[in-house]
Design a protein around this ligand. Sequence first.
Ligand code: G6P
Length: 369
Amino acid sequence: SIPSKGTYAHYMQKEIYEQPEIIEAALKDRLDVESGKIDFQGLGQHMDRIRTCSKISFIACGSSYYACLAMQELFETLTNVTVSIDIASSFLDKLSHISADVAYVFVSQSGETAECLTALQYCQKRGGFTIGIVNVVDSSIARLTHCGLYINAGVEIGVATTKAYTSQLVHLVLLALALGAGNDSTHDRRREITKGLQRLPEQMRRILTLDSSIKELCETKLMHKANMLVLGRGYQYATALEASLKIKEVAYIHCEAVLTGELKHGVLALVDDNFSVVMIATRDRSFERSLNGYEQLLSHGGDPIILCQEGETAFNISNGHCIEVLETVDCLQSVLNIIPLQLMSYWLGVLRNNSVDFPRHVAKSVTVE
Ligand code: G6P
């Protein structure tokens, strides 16, 4: 049955607001904070097999692919396994070699995306071991994979995914933690992440209070733009890609995600005082290098909106073009940073009178290749 919108104007808005409680419930269900133990029910029995695989190969489309991209580095640091990620259509185009000692992990909200299903059948026909990370219960990917994990984000109606994306991120973090369990060399890192997870729902609630200021930013600065750039690097490159997809599909604004370090390799030519740039620059290992990108933008007349840590003083921002978010562990920061950008795409869609829940030309579940 279709859930009600309640007091919200759109499903997308409701789903953005549901995120803290969904993450809270997922953590309560799966994570014992004291011991750090993770309960994956069915998938739990397969952890040893995944740990001994020579590689984990993530396969997904759209936002689900960006969720994998956001967590690739974390899997590489917490497990001793090589990680690859592929967009399902490209995995098929490449005629990828399938090996029995690789874990093929299919990440999909709907569990029905055509290319994912074709890639899944391609793997299984060649003896591949397949795992599903899906939201929709009993969907094709959930049924056809050897084992898997539900992200339990609840029914998502808005075509532009929001709550399923953050649930995917958190479940991927949990999976990386579970695969890394028992590894002494990463004990402190895993402990830090576990503590960070615990604080996430409350931090997400606080970030949602930015809503009216983001709406205002959209009204005063962004709604009439024809082009935008979203910059990010390190863990935040995936956030930039996901935000730019949201802005395209909900706001119908041409929006490109650029790796901050690549700005000087051509993209800078686009920048003038009419070109809107959102730069994600929360403090992590690549922060200092993000500052170079900031300087490059300023010196060419750019007037970027900065998404940064609360109380950040590194930017000379007097015009209020700054979105301040709370700080968490680097690999979890994406869960917080995407929220104001979801709100930005939502308000841009509303202000431009678009059909935000059901954008033109796109489908929630793409069942044709
Ligand atoms: C469609 C949706 C996207 C989604 C992608 C993958 O294009 O509009 O929001 O990310 O499919 O969907 P999946 O259900 O496999 O996550």
